[in-house]
Design a protein around this ligand. Sequence first.
Ligand SMILES: Cc1cc2nc3c(=O)[nH]c(=O)nc-3n(C[C@H](O)[C@H](O)[C@H](O)COP(=O)(O)O)c2cc1C
Length: 206
Amino acid sequence: METTNLPMLQGLLGRHSLGIKYLAEPGPDPAQLLTMTQAALRAPDHAGLVPFRFKVVRGAQREALAELFAQAARDAGKDEAGAALDAERARRAPVTVALVARIDMGHPLVPAHEQWAAVGGALANFLNAAHALGFAGKMLSGAKARHPRIVAAFCAPGETLVGWVALGTATRQVAARGDKLAPEQVTTLWSGPTGRGFTPTSADAQ
Ligand SMILES: Cc1cc2nc3c(=O)[nH]c(=O)nc-3n(C[C@H](O)[C@H](O)[C@H](O)COP(=O)(O)O)c2cc1C
């Protein structure tokens, strides 16, 4: 029997992203990362395809990622100062976790959009679990997530590099930005296929 879990709900309502410059050591340790992955695996996933993988960048590997970021920046026409700035993005977060999607475009039962929904659910659960464990972070992508050399460094053929989750301990208060829609704007009563012939009543709202 399900029971209410208000602390969990409070956690979900209180998660906000925090940029890399406000992240410091420690980041999640390997056991905590596996717990976060377990949470990702609890997301809805039609036919249990698990259309995602996580790749953890930590410790010395951050330098290799920094070099890739710098190279992508140069290829995009940035000068050395710009390349150094992008490289710093890989060094700064204690732990960076790449999110790789593996969408089976020809699956007989589960269309691509359902698999992408599973990827998004996994990401949300992963981030919420990080928050529950006391860490802050942010999902990031940008043009470099589509840079061929970076894609090849994380993905097998046919896979998509969605981006990276930067993780660490918050050095400042994590606060809401207040730019989200109100829930009433997102959830409304369906008024039937013609848009008529259905009158919402308080009983319907229960
Ligand atoms: C797949 C994906 C990629 C994203 N890439 C970026 C990005 O490159 N830069 C950025 O500032 N925010 C990016 N975001 C948005 C942030 O992760 C974050 O959700 C947003 O700033 C809203 O903050 P909140 O999570 O506190 O609501 C991305 C989100 C998703 C789901």
